[in-house]
Design a protein around this ligand. Structure first.
Ligand SMILES: Cc1cc2nc3c(=O)[nH]c(=O)nc-3n(C[C@H](O)[C@H](O)[C@H](O)COP(=O)(O)OP(=O)(O)OC[C@H]3O[C@@H](n4cnc5c(N)ncnc54)[C@H](O)[C@@H]3O)c2cc1C
Length: 403
């Protein structure tokens, strides 16, 4: 065996510098105020403004459009840090990141030139909309439609559900059925780039035909709004079909591609929330005494901490692997599914163990772990539930191991 052939490096110098910068931002600007925003369910505008200044809305957008041009791996590291502070903050960035990915990968040159510079600065923020009141996992079952008129303009009708950043966004990437008779259904689906006035509950003028009902009241994941979107005669010119004329009928494939990077992003959020829960448990268990010693000295608690720390590390490694494969241009659907499944379940499990370690205080709103306990379950649902990840993983492992 060769001995000490190379130094072990988890991050490049650039990744170390940027994650350190984000960690400081999170420690100074997010963690001290997260409870207040959470309890009031208030949008963290001042934090979002600072994130714009730091360039965090343009991390993956190429430099030619004013972004940082960084890869998915670095982005995942940033998301972990933001989620360690408050997952709602990563929620503000997540749909924006997916929207910019869709544009970078499938947009026409005109669409990229028009949207990406404003998205890189955060001047406009993006939302991403597949789900409907009756459809989440089974995306091919959506009912919203878009029909092209003789003048070439598309008319969008239908109700969308659970749209993160649904009110504050200036652009929504929305999936519609353009050929309801298509068999298989996914071939008759198209993604539209719908523009709107940020924070307006009802659109007017050029963007008329979209209503945003009051935000959905949630158990956790407060601060960032989740809304319905009601399209009713919303007119969308044909140059706002993602990818132009060639994009008609490609929406499902485009959105599923974007979900692959979205899953890495959710995995990174799982790692971030689990990391924070572990930190809180490590601190509390060394402060709290029972039976004459800190609870961290009881073996039962040490075993909990050992399992928590191991799971966080494993989740981080799976997430990094999925991101690195994608950056290398290789297929990463299996790995992204595994990372999403394991890291989101780890988020929930580690948070629950940290909650137990806090005893009765974990149940008090005075303690941060109470917020984490309400926030963590979202990660089991968004970007495909754990059951759906298992379906993807099962299918892929069989495909790759055919006999
Ligand atoms: C806070 C929040 C924010 C969200 N943000 C967005 C957003 O920005 N954009 C967007 O488009 N969507 C968003 N969603 C929606 C989310 O993607 C869906 O909730 C999710 O995909 C699950 O769909 P569903 O809720 O309709 O559950 P369903 O699809 O009805 O599933 C219900 C249950 O059945 C299970 N199930 C379904 N099918 C199968 C099967 N074949 N085999 C085994 N089990 C199955 C599921 O795993 C789940 O346990 C958000 C959701 C939440 C809660």
């Amino acid at each position: 065996m060769a001995v000490a052939t190379a130094t072990y490096q988890e991050k490049t110098d650039e990744q170390k510098a940027i994650t350190e910068m984000v960690r400081q931002f999170v420690d100074n600007e997010i963690i001290p105020v997260a409870e207040e925003f959470d309890h009031e369910d208030k949008f963290p505008e001042a934090i979002v403004e600072q994130m714009k200044e730091l360039g965090l809305f343009g991390v993956t957008i190429p430099e030619e459009y004013g972004g940082m041009g960084l890869d998915l791996t670095t982005y995942a590291m940033i998301v972990e840090e933001l989620s360690r502070g408050w997952i709602s903050i990563s929620g503000v960035v997540n749909t924006h990141f997916i929207g910019s990915y869709l544009l970078m990968k499938f947009g026409t040159n005109e669409q990229k030139d028009h949207f990406l510079p404003k998205m890189a600065t955060g001047e406009i923020r993006a939302a991403f909309s597949l789900s409907e009141p009756e459809v989440g996992s089974d995306v091919q079952g959506i009912k919203s439609t878009a029909k092209q008129g003789d003048d070439g303009v598309w008319e969008l009708n239908g109700q969308k559900m659970w749209v993160t950043n649904g009110l504050g966004s200036g652009v929504v990437f929305v999936l519609m059925k353009t050929d309801p008779k298509s068999d298989p259904p996914y071939k008759g689906m198209t993604c539209f780039i719908t523009e709107k006035e940020p924070w307006a509950e009802k659109t007017t003028g050029d963007f008329e035909g979209l209503e945003i009902p009051p935000k959905i009241k949630k158990m956790g994941y407060k601060g960032v709004e989740s809304t319905e979107l009601v399209y009713s005669g919303y007119r969308c010119s044909d140059d706002r079909v993602l990818g132009g004329a060639e994009g008609v009928g490609q929406g499902f494939v485009q959105m599923m591609d974007a979900l692959e990077v979205g899953r890495v992003n959710v995995a990174a959020r799982g790692v971030g929330i689990a990391q924070r829960a572990l930190e809180l448990a490590l601190r509390y268990s060394q402060e709290r005494k029972t039976f004459g010693k800190p609870i961290a000295q009881h073996q039962a608690i040490q075993f909990k901490l050992a399992e928590m720390a191991t799971k966080v590390e494993a989740a981080r490694l799976l997430t990094t692997k999925a991101a690195r494969l994608k950056d290398a241009g290789e297929r990463s659907d299996l790995e992204a599914g595994m990372a999403k499944l394991f890291a989101s379940e780890t988020g929930k499990e580690v948070v629950e163990e940290a909650f137990r370690i806090h005893g009765g205080y974990g149940y008090s709103k005075e303690y941060e772990i109470e917020r984490l306990y309400r926030d963590a379950p979202l990660l089991l649902i968004g970007e495909g539930t754990s059951e759906i990840q298992k379906m993807v993983i099962g299918r892929k492992v069989l495909e790759r191991n055919k006999i």
